[in-house]
Design a protein. Structure first.
Lengths: 255, 219
């Protein structure tokens, strides 16, 4: 049915026609509005996964997969000049409660797939080629600070400590020594050339609150993924748990 | 015209009405979820007026909902953008854009006269087609703003992988500011839009729902 552009009728009939059109139009509008409200209720009241409904989680995960597919080693985070460095506040203290841990700190690297874990000291990490970079640190809260980091590429770390012939699994799990804080990373982001295991911030050794002795710096992710005081690194084929993804946030959280 | 007849005229096509009414709740949700996100880091102010004052934050209960805001924003962005693309495509394919886009510099002078007329500072309004020049500028401007929100949104969403886009808007912080200002623009548009709809009356409003308007005698 195509609607005529104009309808001219005797006044009485026109009035009735208008009444019918009005009733039909507002009824359709009412049904559409009810459907919209119903749809919103459905979306926001399903069974929860990590503080989000499964429907929201499904979309966030799909967004993450698109982002991961688009992520490329050739697209680097912009780097800045030393004069542009700002002040980075220490924003998250989970897993940093006990400074006694620093005295006995070691890094456990578990390549997964039945390979026995390695125990590494800071010197084992620092023996790799050192990189300095000045990048933008973006907090999920919305602020950003330009910061300089010194560390080694995580890709180089894997190159050295992953047993040869061992296939690279899909994910990386990192946790603080007490496992209070932990992050899950897709391998593509983890081996991005600007992903560093770092021990210096702005040319100074990391303080305890910034994640001494070794933290992750990953400019292709929000700050929440830049885990401090790494105690364990584990490679896995299963998407690992992630502290903030269990508290309502997107698992991928990529930039 | 014969006194005993009345003419109904199809003013708004079905597709345009759907795009309009689907956009309304989607844009509202984008603004609302954006507000939940903005709260987590809300640095903007004009002089001593802070965006947003405490009474406003408390009234709407928007504290500590960052995760919820991000989830809603990144779910509904798909529907909001899809509806916008369909609307623009439809106006281009159907030819409706000719009514909606100001097509000569004269439109800006006409728009000023419409404004003066609306403010009762001028007796007669310039001759117009379906939409007057002020409407054309507003309805085209809002689409350009939508494009701006999409691009700045993308720049904030993926500031590293879309680094060139973020750079275009003055970096991450610049893109966030533009995204925020555009949102204030929508709210301003909404206020004026509602006021104009109220002034234009029931016949006009009804036509946005049912399509038809009653042609008044002096037409």
């Amino acid at each position: 049915m195509t609607n005529p552009r104009t309808i001219t009728l005797p006044e009485q009939e026109a009035r009735q026609k208008l009444k019918r059109l009005t009733r039909r139009g507002f009824l359709a509008g009412g049904i559409a509005a009810a459907a919209g409200i119903g749809g919103y209720k459905w979306l926001t009241s399903g069974g929860e996964i990590g503080g989000r409904t499964w429907q929201e989680r499904a979309v966030l995960n799909a967004n993450g997969h698109i982002s991961e597919a688009y992520l490329s080693d050739s697209r680097l985070a912009r780097t800045y000049q030393p004069g542009q460095i700002g002040f980075l506040k220490a924003n998250g203290g989970y897993g940093l409660d006990d400074d006694d841990e620093l005295k006995t700190w070691k890094l456990t690297f578990d390549p997964g797939a039945g390979v026995s874990p390695l125990t590494l000291q800071i010197g084992d990490v620092q023996s790799l080629p050192t990189h300095k970079m000045i990048t933008n640190f973006c907090c999920i809260e919305g602020w950003n600070v330009i910061t300089q980091w010194t560390g080694v590429r995580f890709a180089d770390f894997l190159g050295k400590y992953l047993p040869s012939g061992h296939a690279l699994p899909g994910y990386v799990y990192m946790a603080t020594p007490d496992e209070e804080y932990y992050v899950g990373l897709d391998m593509k982001s983890a081996i991005h050339p600007q992903t560093l295991l770092a021990w210096e911030i702005n040319n100074q050794p990391l303080t305890s609150e910034h994640g001494a002795p070794l933290r992750l710096v990953i400019p292709v992710k929000y700050g929440i993924k830049n885990i401090k005081r790494i105690g364990t690194i584990r490679l896995t084929d299963k998407r690992p748990a992630d502290y903030w993804a269990e508290n309502g946030y997107d698992w991928f959280s990529g930039l | 015209m014969d006194d005993s007849t009345q003419t109904l005229r199809l003013k708004h096509l079905l597709a345009i009405r759907w795009f309009h009414w689907v956009n309304f709740p989607l844009l509202s949700l984008m603004i609302w979820s954006g507000l939940l996100i903005y709260w987590a880091y809300s640095p903007y102010h004009i002089g001593s007026f802070h965006f947003f004052p405490d009474w406003f934050i408390n009234l709407l209960n928007i504290k500590f909902h960052l995760a919820e805001g991000m989830a809603l924003h990144f779910v509904f962005m798909w529907l909001f953008i899809t509806n916008g693309i369909l609307y623009v495509s439809y106006t281009l394919i159907s030819g409706e854009w000719r009514m909606l886009v100001p097509r000569s510099p004269k439109a800006f002078r006409d728009a000023c006269q419409v404004l003066l007329h609306d403010l009762h500072l001028r007796k007669d309004a310039p001759p117009q087609d379906k939409y007057n020049a002020a409407q054309q500028i507003a309805y085209t401007g809002i689409i350009l703003m939508g494009v701006g929100s999409f691009l700045t949104g993308l720049a904030i969403y993926k500031p590293v992988q879309m680094g060139w886009l973020a750079f275009l808007f003055g970096g991450y912080a610049g893109a966030r500011l533009v995204h925020f200002l555009l949102t204030l623009g929508y709210v301003g548009f909404f206020v004026i839009h509602i006021q104009q709809v109220v002034l234009a009356g029931w016949n006009n409003f009804r036509s946005m729902v049912i399509g038809y308007e009653v042609v008044t005698q002096h037409d």
